[in-house]
Unconditional design. Structure first.
Length: 323
């Protein structure tokens, strides 16, 4: 049965995030030949509209309001609720990002809908849409489905394989004025600490440092290897708590949950809190002096050694690999 599906297209610094294309891919699976609408808050460039169309959007609906230029919980909640009420879709998908997981529950509460959050896979079984999501800090996975009413789910970034863009596709553009009032928080300035850095939640390769780096300067070989590999740099909570790096780099249950193709853990013991944030990585390489470190239990490959000796050697060898 075909369905009418609405997704949110999320952008950062004027560029669409990969998760936008992932939710569109999931939406096409659910729509089964039905209609897919991509909602953009604030404004969308011609290039963005074209990208969304090529990845599966039949309609790009732009929610216009001056207060939607920057994210706010109140603004996005009000705007998206109005959009959903006007479209009355069969299914709603949002990326399980910092903003998505902030306003999605509020929208669900306003619309009296159930919400399946942090999904890593979507499948259609007969008339049912089945979502897979991790539980118990990623130790188990459960499948869930909505038995009645509108389907509402958030999709964990970097888990749905994006379909190849169809350059022949186009989309209708609909601009909608939304009523946004009583914004309780206003963003006056944004200070970017990692300008140009790769987003941890969408990175294909991550090199992370833990307490074993010993200092802020100790992250130098971690950053060097990351630069050679074109990877993002992450950290354990222990490294952040010790002041070696900023908390924006933290991977773990209270930090960012990541699922890269390759995760390299350097000087990280493997506390449960950290494993909850990266154990679903496709390939895990652990580098630690302690052969009994818990990280080796989840690692696909392990190197027992001093990271300050191992990382420069790895960086040197990877430089020899042709791109």
């Amino acid at each position: 049965m075909s369905k009418n599906v609405v997704v949110v297209a999320e952008s950062r610094n004027g560029n669409l995030r990969n998760v936008s294309f992932e939710v569109l891919t999931a939406a096409q699976t659910i729509a089964n030949g039905g209609h897919v609408t991509a909602v953009v808050f604030g404004e969308a460039s011609e290039e963005q509209v074209q990208q969304l169309a090529q990845h599966g959007a039949d309609t790009v609906q732009i929610a216009e309001h001056a207060d939607l230029a920057s994210y706010s919980t109140d603004g996005y909640t009000q705007a998206f609720t109005q959009i959903i009420n006007s479209i009355q879709p069969d299914a709603i998908l949002i990326g399980h990002t910092a903003t998505g997981r902030d306003y999605a529950p509020r929208v669900a509460a306003r619309l009296n809908l159930g919400l399946i959050s942090d999904c890593t896979a979507v499948a259609v079984e007969g008339d049912d849409v089945v979502f897979t999501r991790p539980i118990y800090a990623g130790k188990l996975f459960q499948t869930r489905k909505v038995t009645s009413g509108t389907i509402f789910a958030t999709i964990r970034p970097n888990n749905i394989e994006i379909t190849e863009p169809n350059t022949a596709r186009t989309a209708n553009v609909v601009k909608t004025s939304v009523d946004v009032t009583n914004i309780r928080t206003v963003i006056q300035n944004v200070v970017r600490k990692t300008s140009g850095a790769i987003d941890l939640t969408e990175a294909k390769i991550i090199v992370s440092g833990g307490r074993g780096v010993k200092s802020a300067e100790g992250f130098a070989p971690v950053r060097e290897l990351a630069e050679v590999l074109g990877a993002a740099v992450g950290a354990s909570r222990a490294a952040c708590d010790a002041g070696y790096c900023d908390y924006s780099m933290q991977v773990g249950q209270t930090g960012k949950v990541v699922t890269p193709d390759l995760y390299i853990a350097c000087g990280i013991s493997g506390a449960v809190q950290h494993l909850a944030g990266m154990s679903n990585s496709k390939i895990i390489i652990a580098i630690n002096k302690d052969p009994e470190a818990p990280i080796f239990k989840v690692a696909d490959y392990g190197i027992v050694g001093d990271l300050f000796e191992v990382l420069p050697l790895l960086a040197e060898e990877f430089r020899k690999v042709p791109v």
